[in-house]
Unconditional design. Structure first.
Length: 226
C-alpha cells in the first residue's frame, strides 16, 4: 500500500507539472524573446555595440532558444525525480541535436551560419562541440530543478485572456514569417548569383529586403562558403 501511495504521489506531481500544447507555444514564444535579449546583451557586453541577433526578418525571435526550451521541457518533465547525472546526459544529447539541427537548417534555408565551432576542440562539422554540449547538460539540470516547477506555478496562477486565440494568431504569423524569411534569403542568394527576379513577389523582395537590409538583420551570420 505504501509503494502504491508513493507511485500515486509521483504521478500526481508529474501530472501537475505537465504542459499542454498552448502552454508549450507560450514557452516557445517567451524563450525566443528572452534568447534574443540575451544574445543582444551579450553582444553589447562583449563588443560594445548593439547588433541584430534575430532568426527571422520580422519581430525579435531567436529560434534556437525557443526550440531548446520546448525540447528540454518535453524531455525533462518526466525526469524531475531522476538522478542528476541522467538529467545531464539527456540534456547534453538533446541540446547537441537541437543546436546541430538549427545550424543545418539555417544553412539549408538561408545559406548562412550564425556560429562556427571549427576551432573548438571536439567539434562536429563546426556545428556542435563538447564544451557547449556540456553547457546544455548543466542547463538541463537547472531547467528540471528550477525552471519547470516555476513554469508550472506561473501557468497555474496566470490566465491570459483569449490565450488560445493568441496562440493561433502567433502560429499563423510564425509560419508566414518563416516563409518570408526563407524566400528573402533565397532571393538574396539568387541576386548574388546574378539571377533576375522571376515574378512580382521576387521583385517586391528585391525592393523590400535588399542586401544591405538583410546584412543588418543577419549581422551575425556568414555565407557558408566564406
Amino acid at each position: 500500500m505504501l509503494t502504491k501511495a508513493v507511485i500515486s504521489s509521483k504521478n500526481q506531481v508529474k501530472s501537475k507539472n505537465s504542459f499542454n500544447f498552448y502552454q508549450y507555444v507560450w514557452i516557445f514564444i517567451v524563450s525566443c524573446l528572452l534568447g534574443y535579449a540575451i544574445e543582444t546583451l551579450w553582444c553589447f557586453i562583449r563588443h560594445g555595440y548593439i547588433e541584430s541577433r534575430k532568426s527571422l526578418v520580422l519581430g525579435h525571435l531567436s529560434l534556437a532558444y525557443g526550440m531548446g526550451a520546448v525540447l528540454l521541457t518535453l524531455l525533462l518533465d518526466r525526469f524531475q525525480h531522476t538522478k542528476i547525472w541522467k538529467v545531464f546526459l539527456v540534456s547534453f544529447f538533446a541540446g547537441t541535436v537541437t543546436e546541430y539541427i538549427c545550424s543545418l537548417g539555417q544553412e539549408i534555408c538561408f545559406g548562412t551560419v550564425a556560429w562556427d565551432y571549427s576551432n573548438v576542440p571536439l567539434n562536429i562539422n563546426g556545428r556542435v562541440c563538447l564544451l557547449y554540449s556540456s553547457f546544455w547538460g548543466f542547463l538541463g539540470i537547472f531547467w528540471v530543478k528550477i525552471v519547470i516547477p516555476e513554469m508550472s506555478k506561473i501557468f497555474e496562477k496566470i490566465h491570459i485572456p483569449f490565450s488560445k486565440v493568441l496562440v493561433w494568431i502567433f502560429i499563423v504569423y510564425f509560419c508566414f514569417n518563416c516563409f518570408l524569411s526563407a524566400t528573402a534569403a533565397a532571393r538574396m542568394n539568387n541576386r548574388n548569383e546574378g539571377k533576375a527576379a522571376r515574378n512580382k513577389y521576387e521583385e517586391w523582395l528585391d525592393k523590400t529586403y535588399t542586401d544591405e537590409k538583410m546584412a543588418k538583420i543577419y549581422a551575425n551570420s556568414k555565407p557558408v562558403n566564406s
